[in-house]
Write a protein that binds this ligand. Structure first.
Ligand SMILES: Cc1cc2nc3c(=O)[nH]c(=O)nc-3n(C[C@H](O)[C@H](O)[C@H](O)COP(=O)(O)OP(=O)(O)OC[C@H]3O[C@@H](n4cnc5c(N)ncnc54)[C@H](O)[C@@H]3O)c2cc1C
Length: 621
């Protein structure tokens, strides 16, 4: 096991450094109190791909320059003072260029006319919100991957959402038919790393999901106590009904008021070392760990246990919607790109849903004077007010506070920031918005020189119960929308490191855990992620000839401190009466301001972002 930074190759030149708007950050610093200075990646250099955000590597997602103004406002109470009012008038100003904000613009045009003047402001250097695309360019080949949102669970879509996708030319069933991708790889394995388990053990052909009856032999290789392995064996093989003789109320308590890890202990008979195997198994899928999921939520997400429920097993059957999905090679960034193309056709020629994956967008067309729709990036909105029959919004761009006027405003940003943008909102509405704490998420894409070590080991993906990223898998099988990456048998390939950053403790209310995890995530530097990636690849692939000092070509960290929308959980939230759930109160219109974003549905899905944009535009008068 290599431990020193030198042995891990931390000093090697890879494309990993951020392109940072140094001048913009420096001038922004003037607004910020001590201790709140812009966070630049130490050692940043200008990346040759500076003009094209999807190619940028290093720290992405909440990249340096994207969050400092909002944090100054929300955390430090900075007042941004008088804005320089622009000589620009809009029909609507939209805060947030995620799927919801872009859909709001599209719907606004339909409702108020194709020539409606629309300004979309976003704090990032790329549009799409969570629907971001990562690209690696290597030896003339483009390799695509997800920077955030991945799939469309289209079987659960409403007719309105299906109609909307159809208007964009998206054939969800066709996208599904062309898919051979499987989350975590089609040959799932577990890798126990030396730092956490005392020895490095790769156990092939074992998935954490389902019951795994036919591969029980492999359990003997797990570096766990004999007691833990025996209990795991019994857990998987014995069919029992642990709910036998219980009242409906008691059954409900076991399934919905018991955490999955307690269920494994109390009803599955597993000791702690066996239980701990499951703790990270839902990191990427839920954005919270299994001690915070109820037994039913975990089993509905394919974790084992239903075979202990007798006739009640049907209560925890996973929904088919989550299994049959449509996918673009850059995830739902393709939807964001199709929307941007529909709003500003000059960004790229002849773009359709069948070729959008390969289209190169001209970012200098996004904010052109004379265009009826303008998307202004690197612009953090710090105030929105109803004024004189319209709205005034001010935002920080390149260190300057700028004001614009519009007839309407749609807030398509996450809800927790809204009380700071609109302090005049009623107190109970602001309180509801504060309830909506997003789940922090993490996706790190790593370009390696050659796929051979994975192929030699005969693995496509591993679950890593002891590491920061819960899963690592080879990106392949999403050859849709004009893109084809082949089977990646050899040559450069990108790997997805998928998951979340765990909170320091699972004690205390879920929202506090999520805030603590976010804090932790934001406190990590690029070097921390790079060291983690190198340690994992060295331990996992080193035995198959992977040279950690030379075989990593690029790293892109997509950190999402405000990731999945807060949705109501068995263990943490009461049953709200109709109309009284926080998201229903939080999204109420306020004068000429209406409120979209997936938060408005308390649902971390693309379809929620689309539907809430439709509602928010329909509410404008
Ligand atoms: C890692 C990850 C994976 C996911 N995977 C899936 C998936 O596979 N399938 C699925 O259906 N859903 C998935 N989701 C959920 C889905 O991405 C979201 O529900 C949806 O994209 C949210 O869109 P939105 O426009 O509502 O919000 P966002 O995408 O968050 O967009 C809001 C935008 O507003 C910006 N903003 C916030 N405050 C301000 C401000 N003050 N000024 C300017 N801009 C501001 C934000 O930075 C952001 O860019 C995933 C989410 C994450 C984080």
């Amino acid at each position: 096991m290599k431990e020193s930074d030198k042995d891990l190759g931390m000093n090697t030149a890879i494309t990993r450094r951020d392109f940072v708007h140094t001048a913009a950050l420096a001038s922004l610093g003037a607004f910020l109190p001590i201790g709140c200075s812009p966070q630049a990646d130490p050692g940043s250099t200008v990346n040759t791909s500076a003009g094209y955000p999807p190619l940028r590597t290093g720290m992405r997602g909440a990249h340096p320059g994207s969050f400092e103004a909002a944090h100054a406002l929300a955390r430090s109470g900075v007042e941004f003072g008088n804005a320089r009012t622009l000589d620009e008038e809009y029909d609507v100003v939209i805060v947030g260029a995620g799927i919801s904000g872009l859909t709001a613009a599209y719907e606004y045009q339909k409702r108020f006319g194709a020539d409606a003047r629309i300004l979309i402001l976003d704090n990032h250097d790329d549009f799409g919100g969570h629907a971001k695309r990562n690209e690696f360019e290597v030896d003339g080949q483009t390799l695509l991957s997800w920077g955030g949102t991945m799939n469309l669970e289209y079987l659960s879509f409403s007719p309105a959402v299906l109609g909307f996708l159809d208007e964009l030319g998206i054939d969800v069933e066709g996208l599904n038919k062309d898919l051979t991708f499987q989350y975590g790889g089609d040959k799932p394995s577990i890798w126990f790393d030396e730092q956490s388990y005392g020895e490095s053990v790769l156990v092939k052909d074992f998935s954490m999901y389902g019951r795994n009856l036919d591969v029980l032999d492999v359990i003997r290789d797990f570096p766990l106590s004999v007691e833990g392995k025996t209990a795991l064996y019994t857990f998987y093989t014995e069919e029992r009904n642990v709910l036998e003789g219980m009242s409906e109320e008691a059954i409900h308590r076991v399934l919905h008021q018991t955490s999955y890890t307690d269920f494994l202990r109390d009803f599955g008979g597993l000791p702690n070392d066996a239980v701990s195997l499951f703790i990270k198994s839902m990191d990427g899928y839920w954005g919270i760990q299994t001690p915070c999921l109820s037994a039913a939520e975990a089993m509905k997400s394919w974790l084992p246990g239903a075979h202990l429920l007798g006739p009640h097993a049907a209560k925890v059957t996973p929904a088919i919607e989550s299994e049959q999905v449509a996918m673009f090679p850059d995830g739902n960034a393709s939807i964001a790109r199709l929307l941007v193309h529909a709003l500003i056709p000059s960004v790229a020629d002849n773009v359709t849903a069948d070729n959008v994956a390969l289209a190169r967008f001209a970012y200098d067309k996004l904010d052109e004077a004379g265009s009826s729709v303008r998307i202004r990036l690197n612009s953090t909105v710090v105030r929105v007010q109803n004024r004189d029959g319209g709205v005034e919004a001010s935002y920080v761009n390149a260190g300057e506070v700028v004001g614009v006027r519009a007839r309407h405003c749609v807030l398509a940003c996450y809800h927790a920031i809204i009380p700071f943008l609109c302090p005049d909102l009623p107190e109970h509405q602001k309180e509801a918005q504060r309830y909506q704490v997003k789940h922090p998420m993490l996706l790190t894409n790593v370009l390696i020189k050659d796929a051979s070590p994975l192929n030699d080991l005969d693995i496509t993906g591993v679950y890593c119960p002891g590491r920061m990223h819960a899963k690592v898998w080879k990106i392949e099988g999403v050859d849709t929308a004009g893109y084809s990456a082949g089977a990646a048998e050899s040559g450069p390939v990108s790997l997805m490191f998928w998951g979340m950053v765990a909170p320091p403790t699972h004690d205390g209310p879920l929202q506090e855990q999520l805030r603590a995890a976010r804090h932790h995530l934001l406190g990590l530097t690029f070097d921390d992620f790079e060291r983690e990636v190198r340690t994992v690849l060295d331990g996992l692939l080193g035995p198959a000839g992977f040279d950690v000092q030379t075989d990593i070509l690029a790293i892109t960290v997509n950190r999402w401190p405000h990731g999945y929308s807060y949705s109501y959980m068995d263990l943490w939230d009461p049953e709200w009466a109709a109309g009284e759930a926080p998201h229903e109160i939080a999204r109420k219109p306020f004068g000429n301001i209406s409120i979209a974003n997936a938060d408005a549905a308390a649902s971390a899905y693309t379809q929620a972002a689309i539907e809430q944009a439709m509602r928010a535009v329909a509410e404008l008068t």
